[in-house]
Design a protein around this ligand. Structure first.
Ligand SMILES: Cc1cc2nc3c(=O)[nH]c(=O)nc-3n(C[C@H](O)[C@H](O)[C@H](O)COP(=O)(O)O)c2cc1C
Length: 383
């Protein structure tokens, strides 16, 4: 198998990636009181040593009291970018990654409707929801019944002032990220969290300029991007993760046609996004009728920006499908991925669990070495 095409450099604004392999963001919960320590630095440094072209960190809470809080998700050990102490802590991580030749973006995260009341670093902070809605009941989800019972009651909708506060918090966290030496900014705009809950009509039923139609539903995301761009300047890239699926509804679709996708994401491209990460569970699936192209292919086509595909690379089962404890086997055959890459469907390939299991996955791909057989055990060790 010739993987050489994946090992060509890519320049985005002032940053050059040595190859096309991206560590997909994966939450760990190993940062007590939100502060990453030396073990976090060495975790990411190992992926840089293993020749990963771009590391996108685990979700990092933005500088807002309501950003984090989901029971079972490493209570108070999700890292943050909120103030001088966090800048110093992350500086150790970025230095370690740079020493090993890597490039690293933090994934800025606000949980929005998924924040559970009375949890997280600021338990009293009310969850932020565009219309007070968590999402429709009874859809396909892997969330447990206890959590659903605790979060699904409607709360109040965000006020205009709260919307402005959260956007300002994204901007502050981007400034901390720049001060900490990160090379770019990744924004979590998928999976039913805050930004996605503005994009999705089931959670955004506002009648105002933040929700009255598809373009208005994109406004919050676009404002976040615009503020971050204004803060970090022109040299640092911005990547934006979006997904059709939501944790509230695995079968949800933000866009049922390419035209809808363009309407939803076009304003973000204009606001300053350089890379769209199309979060899918299986990269090798057609997105819309009449074409084999996957979601990353479509977002590249309709926005003209760079795109990253993700989902099941080097592994034969999707993320949620392997959580039941099924052992999955590494698949050394990357031919279907390479075929799509060579057709110029996408520019980057996101690797999640395979890179969790084997920090040297990218190097092995370059050398054509056999991959290590994957075990779901990696999902609990998270090392
Ligand atoms: C343990 C774990 C934690 C994850 N945490 C995040 C996260 O914080 N942010 C995010 O956007 N995606 C998260 N994901 C999704 C991954 O980035 C990726 O999209 C998904 O695992 C599919 O890729 P894979 O099949 O290569 O694992 C997580 C996945 C795993 C396995």
């Amino acid at each position: 198998m010739i993987t050489a095409p994946l090992f060509t450099p890519l320049s985005v604004r002032g940053v050059t990636l040595a190859n096309r392999i991206v560590m997909s963001p994966m939450t760990r919960g190993f940062s007590p009181d939100g502060m990453p320590g030396p073990d976090v630095a060495s975790y990411y440094q190992r992926r840089a040593e293993g020749e990963t072209g771009l590391i996108i960190t685990e979700g990092v809470g933005i500088d807002h009291p309501s950003a984090l809080g989901e029971a079972g998700l490493g209570e108070n050990s999700i890292p943050t970018l909120a103030g001088a102490e966090s800048v110093a802590a992350w500086r150790c991580v970025t230095d370690a990654v740079h020493t090993s030749g890597g490039v690293i973006f933090p994934q800025l995260w606000h949980m929005g409707p998924m924040k559970e009341a009375n949890t997280g670093p600021v338990p009293a902070a009310a969850p932020m929801r565009p219309s007070g809605l968590w999402g429709p009941a009874g859809r396909l989800t892997s969330l447990d019944a206890g959590y659903l019972a605790r979060v699904s009651a409607p709360t109040r909708a965000m006020s205009d002032e709260e919307i402005a506060d959260v956007i300002a918090a994204y901007r502050r966290s981007a400034s901390y990220a720049k001060a900490a030496g990160f090379d770019g900014i990744a924004i979590h705009g998928g999976h039913g969290y805050l930004i996605d809950s503005f994009l999705w009509s089931e959670t955004n039923q506002r009648a105002d300029a933040w929700g009255k139609d598809r373009t208005a539903r994109s406004r919050f995301a676009a404002e976040v991007v615009r503020e971050i761009r204004a803060e970090i300047g022109e040299a640092m890239p911005i990547s934006f993760r979006f997904s059709q699926w939501k944790q509230q509804d695995f079968k949800a679709r933000l866009a049922t046609t390419p035209a809808e996708l363009e309407q939803t994401l076009g304003p973000l491209a204009e606001a300053g996004v350089d890379i769209f990460e199309a979060s899918t569970r299986y990269f090798n699936r057609a997105e819309f009728d009449g074409s084999e192209m996957n979601l990353a292919g479509w977002v590249k086509k309709v926005t003209g920006k760079l795109s990253m595909t993700v989902g099941g690379i080097g592994i034969n089962k999707g993320f949620y499908d392997s959580m039941a404890g099924t052992e999955t086997v590494a698949q050394p055959d990357l031919t279907p991925l390479l075929d799509r890459f060579l057709r110029n469907e996408f520019d980057l390939i996101g690797v999640g669990r395979s890179l969790l299991h084997d920090a040297h996955w990218a190097r092995r791909a370059r050398l054509g070495e056999p991959f290590l057989g994957f075990s779901t055990d990696s999902l609990t060790r998270l090392t």
